[in-house]
Write a protein that binds this ligand. Sequence first.
Ligand code: ARG
Length: 281
Amino acid sequence: MKRLIPGALSALILAVALGACASGSSDQPAGDATADPAAQPAAETAAPASGDLGGREIVVGTDATYEPFEFTDDAGKIVGVDPDIMTAICQIANCKPRFVATAWDGIFAALKSGEFDALMSSITILPERETESGAHFTVPYHSIGQVILVRADNSTVTGVAALPQAVVGVQTGTTGDTAATAKALVPEDKMRRFETVPLAIQALRNGDIDAVVLDSVPAEKAAKDTAEPRLMVAGEPFTQEDYGILVPDKSPELLEAFNAAIAQMQDSGQLATIVGKWLTE
Ligand code: ARG
């Protein structure tokens, strides 16, 4: 501690000396440093207020195979909970979202390489994904848990305890993949990895696999589908996860605007209304 004080003091002296030196060598008129703020109001009023994105377009990358959060309707349009939430965010933050379909595999690298302004794809907030994509997550906008989807007719998989005996499908690289693999819950030779969840569900219907591990909301949606064979969710959610929007580190103004809008929509109940609407549809 004793040694730190002289260190800090000398740093301070150095800083003062450098400051004096910098202003001494400046070409600017001395008055500039203390310029009257009233002399530069134009720049301040031209910039949109914080939280106002000035009407700009936001290109949002998404794996549009995750009904009801993001999927393609019959007209080829990407629709669902996430596009609706982003539209509502943009109503508050003054922007125009444009959703672009991309594969889940490589989605984080695509954000890092600058292909999109943001990612919104039912993405569970995980610190390593921020590193991988050179981005930050917004505050959570929805919470889910991993669940087990099975065929409704006499499935032997009744919950997590039965997973080690089952052949289990997941979407590669999702938290369903991690949750099923964690602590060798499902042995590697019983894991089946698919590019998308609809492919995993198709395998489940065909009887090629016994269960699919995925987020609770898309699982509930699949269980509502009346196509035969019917599907159902077995047991309770066995993880707790929050969804966030990934925003590149180079766009802090987006993060700030999105966070403020999400907080407002959380308070007003608008977030819950949007999710509810897509679940009952
Ligand atoms: N929430 C899970 C995760 O982040 C699954 C997300 C999959 N999203 C998608 N659009 N396919 O890993």
